[in-house]
Design a protein around this ligand. Structure first.
Ligand SMILES: Nc1ncnc2c1ncn2[C@@H]1O[C@H](COP(=O)(O)OP(=O)(O)OP(=O)(O)O)[C@@H](O)[C@H]1O
Length: 604
């Protein structure tokens, strides 16, 4: 668990800029090159005008500035393109890298954690929030860096001509970022409100979409349409407020920049009129010098004005960083605390496991979710884990899956290894996991089965059919238009909840791991599907160690022993008949479980 305080969003965004790699340097080089070409361009224009107007020089003597002019013009165009392109690629590289991290962190937290998250919120983190970083890295951050370099280069070019003009630039320049910062403070609040409202709308919309059949049946779809209208109206109003402020801030920026340029022009004009006689190092101001400075002055303020244009990208990225940071910077409870003393652990054929005074705590929680839990499961034994909601059942499974490390106690295999001495990835080779919602990957039935096979095992159609036999899926698979090679799930043949559950079990057969972990494998199935799944579990448990969370009586009957958890502690660990003894300390709990199973069969 990390004890470091979370960085601020701005710090986090800065720290992640290095993910853009060489594109950051390309942006800086292109912008600096463009500024140097601008100096050349200003020099060429001022020279041409001065020599034609004052010295009446023939055109033939102006070859150099006349060549430099179009070259500088085209060069600046090319460098502007390069800068934009590098900005986009920099943003893309950073987004890709952050997105990979987000997905890795979600993976590290395990399937039980993901199931508890709101799918809209997870999707929003993976896509929308990461995408919101694009404009910050592509536009705002490069612009921020250029605000430091371009005005400085221009200032250095103006200073030898007139220190007074350089002073005007130096004093008026900071007015623009100052004004921006003042507006930015107000904008941040509005942006935060707008983002919260947008997230609320996306969650609300997804929930309504999911519940649409139920709402239609209850005749409530009309009411929901009104609610969606109200939520989107809230988003519209917030958007308009942010836009109003954005327009106001850009007008204010233009105003300050125009006033500053006018100030410089006034100084130059009065110097020409002889009213001012200072600030030119005693040399006076030539037409060349005045023109040179006037051409450069808008460019002095331009980076600061552009920064104002991109200011909303900063607010957007900081709000996104606030959502992403907890996931990316807090160590997941699953952090691999392995001391990895065992290299290339060979998965054993059978596996017994002992938990010795194990306590697990979620980050930031006062009380542990598992508290001094000790029990031992023999190789080949089937254990059912029961307990009221919040008892720690899922936490136990998450810990056994290797997605959470105990803060105290040890988990030891009967072959002698300690779990924290194994690499999590190696330990997970010894496991099969079947949850309530088995994810179907986009692809064929065969694709969906073979993902369970270890990497070194070749595709073997007979093995797939064998697994389908054991889960009573052969008939269904035979009826599919292209059999095993039929696309299933999204965009393919529909798969019922029961079939998806059996595909999960077929994967467990194919994986052939010695330890099988099941999370409510029969929850929300009809009786027929439940019978089929129970049969498959009975076959699966032969020769394997099975630990399953369940409240179904039929599955409790299949278990050798039952582990009853309460408030993170082991309350009892015995056979069903022993626990069900009348007057026994757990008789009431078991009776309640019986009633629960027989009536609704839903997990607590
Ligand atoms: N991600 C989490 N962060 C903080 N606390 C958590 C988290 N997940 C679970 N908890 C807490 O840990 C304790 C054990 O939760 P757990 O999910 O293991 O219980 P459970 O027996 O599986 O409950 P249920 O049957 O309702 O799923 C509870 O007090 C719960 O609030």
């Amino acid at each position: 668990m990390s004890s470091h305080p979370l960085p601020t969003p701005a710090q986090w965004l800065r720290a992640n800029a290095s993910r853009g790699g060489r594109w950051n340097r390309v942006i800086m080089l292109a912008a600096t090159g463009s500024t140097l070409l601008l100096l050349l361009q200003a020099w060429a224009i001022a020279s041409v005008v001065y020599r034609l107007a004052i010295e009446h020089a023939p055109l033939s003597s102006l070859t150099l500035p006349l060549i430099i002019l179009p070259v500088a013009f085209l060069g600046r165009g090319a460098l502007a393109w390069l800068r934009t392109e590098a900005g986009v690629r920099c943003g893309l590289a950073i987004r890709q890298s952050v997105r990979e991290d987000v997905l890795r962190r979600i993976g590290e937290r395990g399937p039980l954690w993901s199931q508890r998250q709101h799918s809209a919120a997870l999707g929003n983190q993976v896509w929308d929030q990461v995408d919101a970083l694009q404009n910050y890295y592509a536009d705002y951050r490069p612009q921020m860096l250029l605000c430091g370099t371009i005005p400085l280069i221009i200032l250095c070019a103006v200073l030898p001509v007139s220190w007074a003009a350089a002073l005007i630039l130096l004093i008026t320049g900071p007015l623009i970022p100052l004004n921006m910062a003042m507006i930015g403070w107000g904008a941040k609040n509005l942006q935060d409100q707008q983002l919260t409202e947008t997230h609320r709308m996306s969650r609300h919309f997804l929930d309504t979409l999911k519940g649409m059949p139920t709402l239609r049946l209850l005749g409530r779809s009309h009411q929901q349409a009104n609610e969606i209208y109200a939520v989107s109206e809230g988003v519209r109003q917030r958007n308009m407020k942010v836009l109003r402020l954005a327009f106001l801030s850009s007008s204010a920026l233009e105003f300050f920049a125009s006033v500053s340029i006018a100030l410089l022009a006034t100084y130059i004009g009065f110097t020409y009129l002889g009213q001012f006689d200072f600030g030119t190092w005693g040399k006076g101001l030539s037409l060349f010098g005045g023109l040179f400075m006037l051409i450069l002055s808008p460019e002095f303020y331009q980076p600061l004005r552009d920064l104002g244009v991109h200011y909303h990208a900063k607010a957007e990225a900081e709000a996104a960083a606030q959502v992403l940071m907890p996931l990316l910077t807090e160590a997941p409870p699953s952090a691999d605390a392995s001391t990895t003393t065992t290299k290339h652990w060979a998965v054993p054929d059978t596996l017994g496991i002992t938990l010795n005074h194990v306590s697990c705590r979620y980050p930031g929680q006062a009380s542990p979710a598992l508290n001094d839990v000790s029990f031992s499961v023999a190789a080949g034994e089937t254990i059912a884990v029961i307990g009221p909601s919040g008892a720690g059942k899922s936490t136990l499974l998450t810990t056994l899956l290797g997605f959470m490390q105990p803060e105290q106690g040890t988990i030891t295999l009967h072959s002698g290894e300690r779990l924290d001495h194994l690499l999590t990835s190696e330990w997970q080779h010894a496991l099969s996991w079947v949850g309530q919602h088995n994810a179907l990957i986009p692809g064929t039935l065969a694709d969906n089965l073979t993902i369970a096979l270890p990497d070194d095992q070749p595709f073997d159609e007979d093995r797939l059919w064998e697994a389908l036999d054991k889960t009573d899926l052969r008939c269904w698979a035979n009826q599919l238009p292209q059999g095993l090679h039929t696309r299933i799930g999204d965009g393919g043949q529909p798969v019922s909840g029961g079939q998806a559950r059996r595909i999960g079990l077929a994967r467990a057969f194919l994986r052939d791991a010695p330890l099988v972990l099941l999370d409510e494998p029969t929850a929300s199935l009809d009786q027929q599907s439940e019978r089929i799944v129970n049969r498959a579990i009975a076959t699966l448990s032969k020769g394997r160690t099975v630990i399953m969370l369940t409240h179904r009586l039929s599955l409790l009957n299949q278990a050798d022993r039952i582990l009853l958890l309460e408030q993170g502690r082991v309350r009892a660990f015995d056979t069903l008949s022993a626990l069900s003894q009348p007057h026994g300390p757990l008789a009431n709990v078991i009776d309640a479980a019986h009633a629960d199973l027989d009536t609704q069969g839903e997990p607590s």
